[in-house]
Design a protein around this ligand. Sequence first.
Ligand code: AHR
Length: 508
Amino acid sequence: MADSRITLHPDFRKGTLDRRLFGSFVEHLGRAVYTGVYEPEHPTADQHGFRKDVAELTHELGVSMVRYPGGNFVSNYVWEDAVGPVEQRKPFLDLAWRTVEPNLVGTDEFLQWAEREGIEPMMAVNLGTRGVAAAAALVEYCNGEAGTRWADLRIANGRTEPYGVKLWCLGNEMDGPWQIGHKDAHEYGKLAAEAGKAMKLVDPSISLVVCGSSSMEIPTFGEWERIVLSYTYDLVDHISMHAYYQELDGDRASFLASGTSMDRFIDRVVASADAVGAERRSDKKITISFDEWNVWYLSRFPGEQNLPIQRDAPRIIEDVYSGLDAVVVGDLLLTLLNHADRVPVACLAQLVNVIAPIMTAPGGEAWRQPTFYPFATTARLARGTALDVRVSSPSYSTKKHGEAPVVTAAATVDDDGALALFVTNRSVEAVEVDLAHVGASLSITEGWRMLADHEPAVEGPEHAAKVAQACWSAVDVASAVAAGEGGSTTLRLEPESWTALSGTLKRA
Ligand code: AHR
């Protein structure tokens, strides 16, 4: 008998999948921009100085949208200093990462890169050291028609057509004491409401993301959402969530259950937002922009206050990932899919070099970290509608998250019945899963699998390739999937693994 059961039916629907769920993030931090996306001296650089090898991997990763320019960086950013003739731009001291920012890449360079690569931009405004005027001016610079000050500056800088940036973050992690210009919930709520109002007066078509909590563990969580939304509920479309996960003190079981923590975090933010809506007797639903999520070994980061002041794209938080990290990333992705009804936007933080699926050597090659594979595979296979998948699984005890299910799953189906099924086995044992599909026909044709490893991750493309060879492979469907009687199929899952399967699911 199978250990767990996953019930699938094309009529059990959670919500339409928004492609912005496969967003990522490029911050002026470490080598994300310089020697990351941008390196004019690199052999693959295009005429604008952007690395083609990185752009190609970004496409292979399936990234739909990129958030810019921060992150903590945005909270002390003077965007006007990074537009216009490059030779006239002055370097500035970014206090968020204690780095001299050369301002060679600014709003125009980023937005034109995104446009050339067919990626939607998501911009953030500085509500740390600046406010309403600078935020509204930036929207005008990006989206305004000719004939007003900031739109005309853009035109004078060589860009006639407005960029039409749709999605805007009202600052970044303003609840965090580390943030430059940190505010309490009332101060931030009022400022976000005023900045957002002005930004929408410049361009009513934009959507706004108000800052939620920077983690579920921060003491102000919950109260922050309630207060901030009490000022901004009618104005904004989304509230942000940020969460990073790591294996601490060898507690592998808790780390593998990170998706359970993400799941609870989302449920709690939805509850907080809906409580504010209910009190206002509002029919509007605030949705979530999970605009920073990933595995990040924060315990290895000395803290920005302990960084020396550096220049020339220093190496900061260049985490090296293992097969285990990749299994967790796959599981976090399926958690996001399971909330497709309330989470239309998410950004894997970040895209390149900084806690990233893509790494580069300055002047040299670009390569995939193990976390690249589950993201690219989910972005490629998931389409159409996220299904309301019912999972019945034994649970296991974790130190950090209490009871957590051993097996987790998510699925999508498109109008033609093309199915994508994502399943994690968090147990150290192989498990058998009964795929129940009463009233529907199911066929599985292909699959890919990531196995967790026990090796310490080592920096460099050779090691990343070795991990991929050992942990990432096609599923032998004939031996992993067995068709049974009466609307059920058995699936065998490897220990500590993440599996993606594609096939069809059609009403019988
Ligand atoms: O992604 C790295 C940093 O993590 C971002 O700058 C900040 O928003 C978060 O704390």
